[in-house]
Design a protein around this ligand. Sequence first.
Ligand code: AMP
Ligand code: MG
Length: 315
Amino acid sequence: MTERLEGESGLTRAVALLRAGELVAIPTETVYGLAADARNGEAVAAIFEAKGRPRFNPLISHLASLEAAAEVGVIEGAALELAQTFWPGPLTLVVPLRAESGLSSLVTAGLGTVALRVPALPLAHALLTAFDGPLAAPSANPSGKISPSTADHVAESLAGRIAAVLDGGPAEVGVESTIVDCSGPTPRLLRPGGLPVEALEAALGAPLNHEAPTNDTPPNAPGQLSSHYAPGKQVVLNVTKPAEDALFLAFGPGYPQASANLSLGGDLREAAANLFAMLHALDTQPGSVIAVAPIPNNGLGLAINDRLTRAAAPR
Ligand code: AMP
Ligand code: MG
């Protein structure tokens, strides 16, 4: 059953659950977030499972302070300017990911950038300080439903699917954070939200680029800014008997010849947690083809297959 938590003892319990890799819905000033330890791949995979999200889009990591955020991402230039002006608050910054961040690659969907936020709500700040690490959290609602601004909203839609809800009262802002991508040459608005664009432009002393990247933007290349990660090698799906020279990414038992196995026991949560790290690792090995075993198309398998299908699409 989903525990309802509040007050000092609730906060202590929430931290204990999060450290144990459980999911806890947490209050912030924007909306309630569905939080998991961002360093624990299976915990992060469980977020997608609980939300029924059919896609591994990257998640925002929440931290207690700018100092803590700077251990996960490279915060310089315009990003530092904006962080110093608006954190804590309803602003998310996309910045280059630090190699030693310790984050699960599922949080960034395998990208070289990371979305960071330092929330202002005192209870969120207290929780992050006590947890002492990054919490990955999308909004705490089933995929496709509206974002929750009270603990009751969360309980109505996710009860039984998550360990607990920490009640911090109604969310003040009520809409998601504004997201600014600071990983490119100039800051770009990715999502309007709780922090007005005018405030950002005043701080930057310049208009903010609103342009969505066009289809003419160069295709993905390793290390380049891209909307989703795909290996440089050719990816072939639903392979049970891989060619001799192919790198074989297996799923489940019965593949002793595999180069890597997403989950020997056939566990989709473990497979999701391993997906991006294993694709990256195989991509650095000699060979030109990554052959992937069939993945069941249910539960988290939907999101795994979505990502693999895109990785296998001709580029
Ligand atoms: P949600 O977690 O549902 O609030 O959504 C998070 C938003 O942040 C999504 O629109 C993501 O596409 C965006 N986002 C998170 N990480 C990144 C990243 N590394 N690069 C670009 N966008 C990101
Ligand atoms: Mg959402």
